[in-house]
Design a protein around this ligand. Structure first.
Ligand code: IVH
Length: 704
């Protein structure tokens, strides 16, 4: 795609733009675009960027700024035009240039041998003559068809019914692994249809679900559902935010300027894929193999059957394709699948089993989670006997009943989940799952906060919650009390020794040493571990209290700001939200916690028991920059910024020594104004003590 020389040139060109050695203007806007497209290819197609994300963003923003100032310079294939603002894409149906067929399946070496035999017969080849095959993953996402005409992406569609699909061009343009422009004309191709799969990397999938869980939205059952859903988003920026990637696996149709079908000019499938790679498409590379014969095919399939667990994407098999188009043509098609290709399906990761019971577990902040107890079943190497049902919506949407036969799936290292119930196997004895109205532990009536899927027990003293909080308090990420796990918590609690967090620090080690199964050594070890934990920093302590929304990073950030954890009782929401990454929800939870007298009493009690409440030196914020142009000054950005994003602006201000704050007050030194600044500017002018500057002046001051 890019020669070494070209890559070097594009890299150096980027640096020139970044260091302002070259000033961006109408004359070199195409040169900048070319550099940005190159970095997108390195990042989204190869996964090997050569510039930092920050540098890429800078280049992108320069282009965006120039195009905003001079809309005439915008071209439809500019990198900035991936996500259009058209929010009303309502998916008209379009016909594929040729039908998108399905694949026949195979499951073992023998099936593959039979397939090879059939190919020999259909293509009238001599028995024993080797046939070349290409093997590549069977990606498990949403199928897509992309049409390029005169080197430009003109249409994207879903597979639909195979003949017609939903037109999703807007969303396809948002995927940076799909080039908006590709030099097919250099290969004599005027119009081409490519087939591929839009998929989501497993790590990305986990990130999406973790975020959804935090936002109390329903989670996706698997990456495929997240991907196919993303293909049909109304807002292309939503599609882009799911991190969809498009692997292209097939040249479907190609024609030249005279309208002749010219696919056969590319003699093999492998060469077609290589050509697509050279044009900047994301194609399988390490996962693709050109095999000399069916034995090599079988070996490669088996190799991937083992490798798939460690692979970055979810795949459910491999696809075997005859390499030579001439042989493909001889084999032909059924109405359902090409006769020259076959899917090799991996061992099932799905199984059916019985849903025996549902337990409602109460979490550390009172959230009630239904957990299904299953008849134990083997699934891709592990025995599964219990799976989370997430919330009431999940149970209702799947219409689950006790006694149902359910289909369970375990994909990659994703936790097992129920795909669906099989109502056709019901015999009438199944019972609807009743969601509790009261806490299973303390019987308090449950509440469902507005907009949340989970029901909660709001009784802070609820025993189940207390136990969960104690378990969290001693856990590795919290106070990290070595050797003190759930088992001890439950046992000491049963013995009446452990009700509150403070009780942990006044355990009687003599009594513990006399317990069955303990002895002096374990009691001594526990004492030593608890003594060590007493010296922990206050970030761990803050995190250990199970305050809703207060995770580890927020705890660290807040801990860096105070000398004694109790100082937080005087903090206001505004002070808290001035810290980066802390929103009003988090701020309110902290304020609520430190407002309650019983929590303040608990802190005093902990101090008396020897627990450290003071910030450690290692928890201090990194030294403020004292020699920056804005050192010692507070700063605030207002209005819509044109030259940089707000996050970027704040980061730059901090790097120049300033402290960003969120309101105009006597404390404010600098106000940077973007478009439509509004009341903040007015207030700053009234105060008369605030230095007001434009974005450009700000950038000039910090020398960028
Ligand atoms: S080839 C004419 N190759 O599997 C060629 N399909 O059952 C037919 N799929 O929905 C398809 N990875 O989207 C082919 N490497 C691959 C594939 C692949 C995934 C999907 C395809 C279709 C289904 C066919």
């Amino acid at each position: 795609m890019y020669s070494k020389k070209k890559q070097k040139e594009l890299y150096e060109r980027s640096k020139d733009f970044l260091t302002d050695k070259v000033t961006l203007s109408a004359a070199n806007v195409d040169a900048l675009r070319e550099a940005i497209v190159y970095h997108e290819w390195r990042y989204y197609v190869l996964n090997e960027p050569v510039v930092s994300d920050f540098e890429y963003d800078q280049l992108y923003k320069k282009l965006e700024a120039l195009e905003t100032a001079h809309p005439k310079l915008v071209t439809p294939d500019s990198p900035t035009q991936r996500v259009s603002n058209d929010l009303t894409a309502d998916f008209p149906t379009v016909a594929h240039l040729i039908p998108m067929l399905s694949l026949d399946n195979s499951y073992n070496a023998e099936d593959l041998k039979d397939f090879d035999q059939r190919i020999h017969e259909l293509a009238m080849l001599e028995e024993g003559a080797d046939v070349e095959y290409v093997v590549e993953p069977k990606f498990d996402g949403g199928s897509i068809a992309l049409v390029y005409e005169d080197d430009r992406l003109v249409r994207g569609a879903t597979r639909g019914n195979g003949t017609q699909g939903d037109e999703i061009t807007h969303n396809m343009r948002a995927l940076r692994s799909i080039p908006l422009k590709a030099a097919f004309s250099e290969h004599g191709i005027k119009k081409v249809e490519l087939r591929g799969e839009a998929i989501i990397r497993l790590d990305n999938f986990k990130r999406i679900n973790a975020k959804r869980e935090k936002e109390e939205k329903s989670v996706f059952a698997n990456p495929r559902n997240a991907a196919t859903g993303a293909l049909r988003m109304k807002d292309p920026s939503e599609t882009a935010s799911r991190g969809l990637e498009a692997f292209i696996y097939q040249l479907g149709y190609a024609e030249d300027a005279a309208g002749n079908e010219i696919l056969k000019n590319i003699p093999t499938h492998n060469e077609g894929i290589e050509m697509l790679a050279s044009l900047g498409f994301k194609v399988p590379v390490i996962e693709r193999k050109l095999c000399k014969n069916i034995q090599e095919v079988t070996d490669f399939c088996m190799e991937w059957q083992d490798k798939r667990e460690g692979y970055d994407y979810e795949i459910d098999g491999m696809v075997v394709k005859v390499n030579r188009l001439e042989i493909q043509e001889k084999c032909g098609y059924t109405s359902h699948h090409p006769r020259w290709a076959i899917a090799f399906k991996f061992k099932a990761k799905q199984a059916t089993t019985k849903l025996l019971d549902v337990e409602f577990q109460v979490g550390k902040i009172g959230q009630v989670t239904p957990v299904a107890k299953l008849e134990p079943v083997a699934l891709a190497g592990v025995t599964v006997s219990s799976v989370s049902l997430h919330n009431e919506d999940f149970i209702q949407s799947k219409d689950l009943h006790l006694g149902d036969t359910v289909l369970v799936e375990r994909a990659g290292d994703v936790i097992p989940y129920i795909v669906k119930a099989l109502p056709e196997l019901r015999d009438g004895s199944e019972v609807k799952i009743e969601y509790p109205t009261h806490c299973p532990s303390c019987k308090t009536e449950l509440v469902q906060p507005e907009g949340e899927a989970a029901w909660r027990c709001e009784n802070y003293a609820c025993e189940a919650q207390t136990l969960r909080r104690l378990i969290h308090h001693v856990s590795k990420d919290a106070m990290n009390i070595d050797g003190f796990g759930e088992k001890y918590i439950l046992r000491f609690n049963e013995l009446g020794w452990l009700d509150t967090v403070a009780d942990i620090y006044r355990l009687d080690y003599t009594k513990i040493s006399e317990l069955e199964g303990f002895g002096q050594r374990s009691a001594d070890n526990l004492e030593a571990a608890i003594d060590t934990a007493k010296k922990n920093g206050i970030a761990r302590l803050l995190y250990s209290f199970s305050i809703p929304h207060i995770g580890r990073s927020v705890s660290k950030k807040v801990a860096a700001e105070v000398e004694d954890i109790r100082d937080l009782k005087t903090w206001t929401a505004e002070q808290l939200t001035d810290l980066s990454d802390i929103g009003p929800k988090v701020a309110n939870e902290l304020i609520d916690f430190f407002k309650k007298q019983k929590n303040l009493d608990l802190l005093d009690e902990l101090e008396q028991l020897g627990v450290n409440l003071k910030r450690l030196d290692s928890e201090m914020k990194q030294e403020a920059i004292t020699d920056g142009v804005f050192s010692g000054k507070t700063i605030l950005f207002t209005g819509k910024l044109q030259l940089m994003s707000r996050t970027d602006a704040k980061a730059r201000a901090v790097a120049a020594g300033a402290k960003p704050i969120s309101a105009v007050s006597g404390n404010l030194n600098i106000l940077v104004v973007g478009e439509k600044p509004g009341s903040k500017l007015k207030k700053a002018n009234e105060l008369g003590t605030v230095e007001v500057m434009t974005e450009a002046e700000f950038l000039e001051k910090i020398n960028i």
